[in-house]
Every structure is written in C-alpha cells, then in structure tokens.
Design a protein around this ligand. Structure first.
Ligand code: GDP
Length: 309
C-alpha cells in the first residue's frame, strides 16, 4: 500500500507540482486564488469542479481565519478529499453467482490490461473467474485477452468472428454451469464502420440479462486518466447509454491531468442528486502502471494527498 502511494505520488507529480507551486508565497490574496484557479484548470479539473473547489476553499479559509498559503493548501486538500470521498467504494462480489461484470471503454484506454489486472486481483481474493471475449471484431483483442487469461490461468470464452452478444450469453451460461464466481465480459472499444458502438453494448447488456435476469451486476467503464476532460465526456456518454455502476481510471502514473478525478466526483454527485434511484458510479480501481499488479483500490484521502504533494 505504501509502495502504491509513493508510486501514485510520483505519478501525479506532473499534476501536483503546478498546483503546489501556487502555495509558495507568503500572502493569501486574490492573486493566490487566481493562480490556484489556473493551476486547477491546467490539471484538467474543468471549470465546474474548479469553481466548486475554489468556493469551498475560500469559505473554509474565511471560517478558519488562516492567513498563510500553506494552511490554504491543507484546506484545499481537505476540500478535495471530501469531494472525492463518495467515489471511494469497494467492488463487492459474491452476492450472486456468478457476478457478471461487463467492461467497456474506448480503444487504448487500458481496458484489456485492466481486465487482466482485475482478474489477478479477484483470483488473489479467491474468486474463480471466467473471461468472455465479446470484442469479436478485432482478432488482436481476442488474442490479447487470451494472453491475460493464460497469465492468470483462467478460462476464456472466445469465438472468432462470432456475435458479441452471443459470446456474452454463452459466457454467462457457462459461468453458471461451471460455478464461477465472476464472469468478466470484455467488450469492443471501437467497431468496424456502419455499426454503432453504443447500440452494440446495449445489445450485449440486454442479452446478458436474458442469460441471467439479475445480470450484468456491474457495468464498468475504463477511462484513460491521462486524457483529462475527454475522459469525463466518455463517462457521460457511456453512462447515458448503459447506466454505469463503476469506473476504472488508468494511467495515473505520470499524468498532468489528475484533476479530472475532481470533475468526475462532481459529475457523480450531480448525477446522484438528479437521479437518486440510480446506483452511484464509484471509482473501484485506478491503474498506476502496465504490470499485472499495478491496480489499486481508490482512496480519496490518499489521492488528494498525492495530488497536492
Ligand atoms: P485497450 O485498447 O483499452 O484494451 O487498451 P490496452 O489494455 O491494450 O492498453 C493500451 C496501452 O496502455 C498499453 O500499452 C498498456 O500497457 C497501457 N496501459 C494500460 N493501463 C495502464 C496504466 O495504468 N498505466 C500505464 N502507464 N499504462 C497503462
């Protein structure tokens, strides 16, 4: 855990150095808040979350009467941790057998790698996992997934050129028949032209529901943290089509755009306020490297600390 924090801290240094630099002076004045605003925007926090954080910080500074920039920095860390806190939730499996987890994400986001890492994480916790290669359009995607299956010595359902929804259906049925704890469904991140990605994903969701009326139990979106506000746009689009239940944010090792987590937190909060009946969208995991073990559960306080160090 400490190794991870060190890694995240050094990974977010590109984001953090610009924000931390704001607090190098001796005065708490308008200039400091202006610099802070620019630094947060530069870190891809987005206008909304930046405004929210600035207002919160100013209010806290006024209430506490602090007069030194270092104290303002600490207040920002508190405000950030509080905003991020609702994103911190564990992925719970085992309430259904199998727990069916559908994983979406645009190509290059780190979806396949994250599925590999997640498989290892679940296996370490003692869960039996079955993988479903529902990106049947790209041969490379199937191959890559089967490499991860081999590495983790888990079974995979794959079918060359098959129908993605049919492969998913088969996988859920096989998962039931074989008593697996988890079925992880890898979906396409891009389709050959004419076909519409969101329609394809909705179809997979519908057909999985036919195999098991309570499934999918989780619909995760993998986003590349290094794409900043673009990642937030993806979250909104996929959520609208699929009603997401969680996120995996990758590539937080070495990004200058770590502020996007604050933007996601604010989005998630407004979504919850607007639709209290929907399940919240937490960040179950973050990716901090390319290796199998570089997947960590999200911790709001530690993230805020790393972001401002
Ligand atoms: P997919 O197209 O979404 O399935 O993406 P891949 O899983 O193939 O990943 C795309 C690239 O991002 C690969 O080179 C991965 O090694 C890399 N990658 C994935 N996750 C991370 C991460 O957390 N950190 C870093 N540094 N690289 C990552």
């Amino acid at each position: 855990r400490e190794r991870w924090l060190a890694k995240l801290t050094s990974g977010l240094r590109k984001t953090g150095s610009s924000i931390s630099a704001v607090f190098g002076g001796t005065q708490v004045d308008d200039a400091l808040y202006e610099d802070l605003e620019s630094a947060l925007l530069m870190a891809d926090t987005g206008v909304k979350a930046t405004t929210y954080l600035l207002d919160d910080v100013k209010r806290r500074v006024k209430d506490s009467g602090v007069t030194h920039p270092v104290a303002v920095r600490n207040i920002l860390q508190e405000a950030l941790a509080k905003l991020l806190k609702p994103l911190e939730q564990p992925l719970v499996i085992g309430q259904q057998q199998p727990t069916v987890i559908m994983v979406a994400g645009v190509n290059g986001a780190g979806k396949t790698t994250s599925i590999g890492k997640l498989t290892k994480h679940l296996a370490t916790e003692g869960a039996s996992v079955l993988l479903a290669a529902a990106d049947t359009f790209r041969a490379a995607a199937r191959e890559q997934l089967s490499i991860w299956a081999d590495r983790n010595t888990v079974e995979i359902i794959s079918q060359e050129g098959g129908d993605p929804a049919a492969v998913s259906f088969d996988a859920v049925s096989a998962g039931k028949a074989r008593g697996k704890d988890v079925v992880l469904v890898d979906t396409a991140g891009r389709l050959p032209t004419q076909l519409h990605l969101m329609e394809e994903l909705k179809k997979i969701k519908r057909v999985v529901q036919k195999a098991d009326a309570t499934a999918p139990h989780e619909i995760l979106l993998v986003i590349d943290g290094n794409t900043g506000q673009n990642a937030l746009s993806q979250v909104k689009a996929f959520d609208e089509a699929l009603q997401l239940t969680g996120l995996i944010v990758t590539k937080l090792d070495g990004t200058a755009k770590g502020g996007v987590l604050a933007a996601i937190a604010l989005w998630a909060r407004e979504r919850q306020e607007a639709s209290p009946n929907l399940r919240p969208v937490p960040v179950y995991f973050i990716g901090v490297g390319e290796k199998l073990e570089d997947l960590e559960t999200f911790n709001a306080r530690e993230f805020a600390q790393a972001l401002l160090s």
